[in-house]
Design a protein around this ligand. Structure first.
Ligand code: TYD
Length: 233
């Protein structure tokens, strides 16, 4: 079982198959947190650290790692490095961290070629997120979204592969939920604003006990509800 977050800041993870909108939603959540006055920062995996750099090259097929186990270990090593250098120092200072992908991605993508129990084992020292939001979209929606991008990455091979990844995500979610982890599945096919409203509602639930005294009224911090102050006469 992954260790609980002992820090004052919350770790919120956004996950989904390629094309699910995790980057858009992470960004919208971060903006909302800023408007709500919650100290927060955005990060993503692979990280910006040295192992993450190698993984980014691997993803764009400019570097070849020696097989699926080496790849899985590299993602796990990057995660521990990311936690030590970026995530935990921020959480310790009371900053909420929004992460676009985390160990659920490894339990889904690397599970195409590696055993799930082993993947959980190599990731078991990674801090458990306070909340993981999984953006659920049908495989065809994911394919349509990433096919419109200019370049195709390693894990964006074809529809069949994405369908297999959707299946391994389901199995991974079931496994970590059985250990009491909070994973919320959100319908990602709606408009970004609609998905965002639900993500914010879920985030507010885990943030309320950590930031007592901060108004987490969901609508109050929406951009559209920010009205210019009345002109003085
Ligand atoms: P990225 O360009 O960041 O894609 P996205 O915008 O969809 O997040 O590339 C990340 C890719 O790496 C993505 O295809 C998923 C994959 N990945 C893994 O296979 N295992 C992991 O543990 C992580 C974090 C990502």
């Amino acid at each position: 079982m992954n260790p609980q977050n002992p820090h004052p800041g919350a770790l919120i993870v956004i996950e989904g198959i390629d094309g699910s909108g995790s980057t858009t939603q992470s960004d919208m959540l971060l903006q909302w947190l800023g408007r709500a006055g919650i100290p927060s920062t955005f990060t993503r995996e692979p990280s910006k650290g040295p192992i993450g750099g190698a993984l980014r090259l691997h993803i764009v097929k400019r570097l070849e790692l020696g097989g699926p186990h080496a790849e899985a270990l590299a993602f796990a090593a990057d995660r521990m490095d990311h936690l030590a250098s970026e995530i935990e120092p921020a959480l310790a200072r009371g900053i909420t961290v929004v992460a676009d992908r985390y160990y659920l991605s490894s339990l889904a993508y690397q599970a195409l070629s590696c055993d799930l129990a082993w993947l959980r084992e190599i990731n078991r020292f990674a801090l458990r997120p306070d909340l993981t939001v999984f953006l659920s979209v049908p495989v065809d929606v994911g394919v349509a979204r990433f096919s419109s991008r200019a370049t195709r990455e390693r894990f964006e091979e074809d529809r069949d592969e994405l369908a297999r990844i959707a299946g391994t995500y389901d199995a991974a979610i079931e496994a970590i939920r059985a250990d009491g982890e909070e994973v919320q599945v959100v319908d990602g096919t709606r408009t970004p604003a609609e998905v965002h409203a639900e993500v914010v509602r879920l985030a507010a639930g885990v943030l309320a006990p950590r930031y007592p005294g901060t108004s987490l009224d969901v609508a109050a911090h929406e951009q559209s509800s920010v009205r210019p102050t009345a002109p003085t006469v």
